[in-house]
Design a protein around this ligand. Structure first.
Ligand code: CDP
Ligand code: MG
Length: 179
């Protein structure tokens, strides 16, 4: 079946087919993990529909880490994360696949590296605790951001991508991994 995608997250066209935002944060780039992390998403058969390297401004970082983060985690965490995200280049991508928002969060693992399960990206490549990061007054280096909810994905994608930077195409492998 051929779908004609207009909506940024696909949910208008097919409820189970979704797009989600992933950012490889500055620590992932500094540690040389871009390829390893992207490979994990390719291996499960997700489609990369947008991909770029950006050095975010503070304004863009604040558009991403919004007031919602301050409300959930405190104003200080938001400040630290805006600082962190604008401290160097990051890689932004949009992944498309079946219930991709929840799937990618599963692959990313829990926010706190210490609690993130082995096999997840955070669990395999980081280990610090909230307690340790708090004692150092730093944001947690956990390598990656992924949209938390379907409703969050659309607005988050718009922070980083224009419509013409997201591509509708059908790589052959998706006949088998997405159908
Ligand atoms: O990234 P995720 O959706 O798992 O968690 P969040 O609650 O949306 O927090 C965003 C980011 O803030 C986290 O990924 C951490 O890097 C950072 N954070 C932190 O540095 N210290 C905390 N106590 C909580 C979050
Ligand atoms: Mg979040």
């Amino acid at each position: 079946m051929v779908w004609f995608y207009n909506s940024i997250t696909m949910t208008d066209k097919c409820e189970t087919l979704q797009r989600t935002l992933v950012l490889l944060k500055p620590d992932a780039i500094q540690r040389g993990l871009i390829g390893e992390i992207i490979q994990r998403f390719e291996k499960v058969g997700l489609k990369i529909v947008g991909l770029k390297m950006v050095w975010p401004t503070k304004e863009t970082a604040m558009g991403h880490y919004t007031e919602d983060l301050a409300q959930r985690r405190g104003e200080r965490v938001r400040e630290l994360m805006v600082e962190m995200l604008s401290s160097g280049p990051i890689v932004a991508m949009v992944l498309e696949g079946v219930e991709a928002v929840e799937l990618v969060r599963k692959m990313v693992g829990s926010t706190e590296p210490k609690s993130a399960a082995p096999g997840t990206i955070r669990g395999d490549y980081s280990h610090v605790s909230f307690k340790h990061a708090d004692s150092k007054e730093v944001g947690i280096y956990n390598l990656i951001h992924a949209s938390g909810e379907v409703e969050e994905a659309g607005p988050e994608i718009k922070v980083w991508f224009n419509d013409d930077e997201l591509h509708d195409f059908d790589p052959k492998y998706c006949d088998y991994t997405i159908v």
